[in-house]
Design a protein. Structure first.
Length: 223
């Protein structure tokens, strides 16, 4: 993808500052108890929270005429996150949020788009970054972009000692999707309404994948 296209498919939010009430709703929705020790990174920190701030950027990008695929039915396929500081430091100052398309590719599953999300501190340093991979299974999109020459991805078998792990029961109330949406602004209807979920091939609304990841991490750290 050329540099002109990358610049077109990008968005910036300068001078972002944490809203404590919104942050508290996020932590409550995910069952997270953030560290109260400033300057010290903690496994219990909700380090996935900044990803929710980029929703408006992504909506702006996927709804432009330059975006190569239909935004309807895009699936959040994969997520990577890297943080360079304690979350308490990140959330206590003004930051710049930058998001843009970094890669596109045809695969055996459809057409994938990588969204690169970066948080810059006041000194211009990247202190948090992530790549959100979206998948389009739209038939017209796949036909337009062409078939993939890449070999199909295969899952690797679990190589650890499964007997050494213990299960943990996690309740998922019916209103989980609504509470997470209220905390993050992600009101994607297939997470909330049965009829919209069925239109996309799901039997029932699916709770947000980022809620699932945040909840699992919180439950793991809780022991």
């Amino acid at each position: 993808m050329d540099e002109d296209t990358k610049r077109t498919l990008s968005a910036v939010w300068r001078g972002w500052k944490l809203d404590p009430d919104v942050f508290a709703r996020y932590c409550q929705a995910c069952g997270i108890s953030p560290s109260s020790n400033p300057g010290v990174a903690s496994a219990s920190d909700p380090f996935l929270y900044p990803e929710t701030l980029f929703l408006r950027h992504m909506i702006a990008i996927v709804t432009t005429t330059s975006f190569p695929v239909s935004p309807l039915g895009l699936i959040h396929l994969r997520q990577t996150v890297e943080t360079q500081c304690a979350l308490s430091d990140l959330l206590s100052t003004r930051c710049d949020l930058c998001c843009g398309v970094s890669d596109m590719r045809a695969t055996d599953k459809g057409f994938e788009i990588d969204m690169k999300c970066d948080v810059y501190n006041a000194s211009g340093q990247i202190v948090w970054s992530a790549v959100t991979t979206l998948l389009s299974r739209n038939k017209a999109t796949v036909e337009k972009q062409g078939k993939s020459n890449r070999p199909p991805e295969t899952s690797q078998p679990f190589s650890g000692d499964i007997d050494s792990y213990t299960g943990k029961h996690v309740d998922v109330p019916d209103d989980t999707g609504l509470r997470y949406a209220a905390a993050t602004g992600d009101y994607n209807p297939h997470h909330l309404y049965p009829r919209m979920a069925r239109l996309l091939g799901y039997k029932q609304p699916m709770v947000h994948g980022m809620w699932t990841l945040a909840k699992v991490l919180a439950a793991t750290q809780a022991g």
